[in-house]
Design a binder for this molecule. Sequence first.
Ligand code: FO1
Length: 305
Amino acid sequence: MVITVLSGGVGAARLIRALSLVMDPSEITGVVNVGDDLVMHGLTICPDLDTISYTLAGLNNDELGWGLAGETWRVMDELRQLGGAAWFALGDRDLATHLYRTQRINEGATKTQVTRELCEHWGVRTRLLPVTNDTIATIFDTEIGRLSFQEYFVAHHHDVVVHSIMVQGAVASTATDEVMAALESCSRIIIAPSNPLISIDPILQVRGVRELLASRREDVVAVSPIIDGSALKGPADRLMRELGYVATAIGVADFYQGLIGTMVIDETDRKLAGEIESRGIKVHVTTTIMANRDDARRLAGVVLA
Ligand code: FO1
């Protein structure tokens, strides 16, 4: 079976790693959010693509949840002493990735090409595709004004009230040919347990993606990132409440209404299954927290069943 996974960062990385336990990793394509991408110190940084590729290569920093294992911070320490912008921490090893990507982009390569080169270098067999090679940027209108993604997420620790979210550039963007071909030809599309509003929505807003999913609705399976009313990591539950959704698997089902045929929810949320099914969505209940390899295998099995 060939599958495509719509992916944010950590939640998607773990799901793809789980799927790789039960199927050939080269039959998985990750279509990855680039709405968090930024240019800092002149370097092009793609946090979600890097989180997934580092995780699949076994190089990820588990403690931080981003960046590389065994990281050192000498460049950032020096930069801080100079009074430079060090709030978005780029580790010494991680910097090499951004330097390489930026060099290749300056030479005329696309993010798609650079991602392929990096994955080949790290021995990642899953195909990772940025959803678009156009520039899109997730922007927050908040109680303290307009913030870029990383200003909201890192500088303000996602602890300000959000009034609305926009994906700048999305209307004029197009999904790459590789992305559209993967979405059209795979036997199943999986929406990873990533934040629906800030990780998956920017992918859906890229021209062509939403319509494609709607036309293949019966083949689309979403894994809920909200368990018992909370997100495992990050601000998904808070943002859903602030933007008028119920912060449960039901809110997730409402957000994906018309795009998915099946939803996988956690055991803890079994009581919500009937209400989700009443929206015309099939429900599978299992342990969605991947605390060990057995959990990961079980979830992967359910998603592929
Ligand atoms: N997250 C933080 O909380 N603090 C940081 O300083 C930080 C730096 C950083 C550098 C490179 C990178 O790829 C990711 C980084 N992240 C950092 C994580 C990132 O902000 C978020 O995980 C994603 O954008 C949300 O998916």
